[in-house]
Write a protein that binds this ligand. Sequence first.
Ligand SMILES: Cc1cc2nc3c(=O)[nH]c(=O)nc-3n(C[C@H](O)[C@H](O)[C@H](O)COP(=O)(O)OP(=O)(O)OC[C@H]3O[C@@H](n4cnc5c(N)ncnc54)[C@H](O)[C@@H]3O)c2cc1C
Length: 596
Amino acid sequence: MSAYGAPLKDMRFVLNELAGLDAVAKLPGYEEASPETVDAILEEAAKFATQALDPLNFSGDQEGSKWHDGAVTTPKGFKEAYRQFVEGGWNALPLEAEWGGQGLPKLVATPVDEMWVSANMSFSLCPLLTQGAIEALLTAGSEALKKAFLPKMVEGAWTGTMNLTEPQAGSDLALVRTKAVREGDHYLISGQKIFITYGEHDLTENIVHLVLARTPDAPEGVKGISLFVVPKFLVKPDGTLGERNRASCASIEHKLGIHASPTAVMVYDNAVGYLVGEENKGLAYMFIMMNAARFGVGLEGVAISERAFQRALAYAMERLQGKDLLEGGATVPIIRHPDVRRMLMLMKAQTEAMRALAYVVASAMDVAGTHPDAAMRKQNQAFVDLMIPVVKGWSTETGIEVASLGVQVHGGMGFIEETGAAQHLRDARIATIYEGTTGIQANDLIGRKIAREGGATVKGWLEHLAKFDAELAKSAHPDVARLRETLAAGAKAVGESVDWLLATFGKDVRAASAGAVPFLKLMGVVAGGWQMARAALAAEKRLAADEGEQAFYKAKIVTARFYADHVLVQAPGLRDTVLNGGAAAMALDDEQFLAA
Ligand SMILES: Cc1cc2nc3c(=O)[nH]c(=O)nc-3n(C[C@H](O)[C@H](O)[C@H](O)COP(=O)(O)OP(=O)(O)OC[C@H]3O[C@@H](n4cnc5c(N)ncnc54)[C@H](O)[C@@H]3O)c2cc1C
């Protein structure tokens, strides 16, 4: 089975040429992110991902996490790998220096996180969820709560979870029923949560659950939800662990993928909980931190795609079958067959496009968070808000497509577990579901991110694309010319869809909503094309200057051209679905579905 190799050349290229690492390193507080430091971090992370995490991916999937009598045992090797992860300071990398983190920019943490997921998605979920819980505390926690929990969580000595979902409350959190009754300086939490990632495990001595619940007199719906910290073990005033809280894991789920990651049913039975921020504001706090969590899951789509591509490529180089179409002769590796090449290129091109968009959004998050100029912060935050559902929805949906292509490249062996290709497809499948399904992302995109502001940010982005067209026009390269042509058609398709959505949202919200996912895909396809066109221009410049990795730059231009002809060309078709598809999607009544 092929080993994971971090795509360091592409990561560096995207960081430096497309995502503006040099500008991010000039932002206040990020001075340490010099090219040398970032290079060293990437090299070390690549080593850890390849040597410590990747070897546990297949065995972890086969063995799975096990539940017995309320306790969960992670697969062999996970505990040791987690210990090394914490000792290496990896958990603290992106977190606030004030609480013991290294305070590096999101842009630097992003390729590192990508490596963890590529090497072992199940493992990576534990630190991802801890980060989510830390964000929640940072957003609204009191100083006392922060002091009690953050240092250990930032270090990784304790992990965190996010407890939103209940059997009757999934996408619709208005239906949360878990109760919180005030008792002195704390609350007593009672209820059941399901699907809680790393809700119970044996990696650390304590687990800090962030739990959504309702106080008895809370208003109905989302306006009555509060957020609580519920530790597995209570923490004494001196910081040591006290008695076991009444929070227990009733079982873990048997599921399609991410077998090593325990997905827990949690039962709270008058468990001690501490209010985060104010009562009834829980969902508002969740929304503040949602960008980071959704971005993290979007990145899973990129990372799984990369890993599936590498595995398929290794197999295609070795598997001998058929003859060269032109030359005949001896049996050739399947990579010589045009259709296998098409599949590999489709995997490669989409992965690179998704990576570029994700890193560009990460960079905008850094600017939005720390730029001294308020107008810059605002403009970048608007761009981030617009693009988060795209990164989440498009990258995860495409991740499934890429992982499925990976199985196809393997032929029958792809369907057999021992090659590892099937695991990527199984693992990729969850990313379009948790942290808001693709349907929920798409509703957010057309509703909160476009209709509510009259399309201001998306139109600003289209204006930017129009200006970028002038840059593309300066290139004499035929591949860049094709990129220019397809990107212009893609931008036009987005513009027409936005106009239609703005006109339709208020008067026929069902038709608008029926086209929401195709629109999200259209946005992803075009935003990815924008990045591939930028990549091609940057590569062209490097080639002309005869600098650096010439073979890499040549491949980048070819890959971008492939993206134009195989992916970007889909944009006008997606527009047609957005504009015309709603009526038929809604035309049958419920009974007519049963008519056949
Ligand atoms: C492995 C795994 C790990 C998870 N980890 C966590 C965790 O750590 N913490 C946590 O709190 N939760 C977690 N979840 C729960 C996850 O976030 C939910 O499954 C997800 O939000 C969807 O909710 P649901 O399963 O109830 O589906 P439903 O909400 O019932 O959705 C079913 C279908 O209906 C669609 N739908 C629903 N409402 C709408 C709407 N308004 N508009 C359009 N379409 C709609 C959805 O898109 C979906 O296709 C996890 C789930 C799994 C499977």
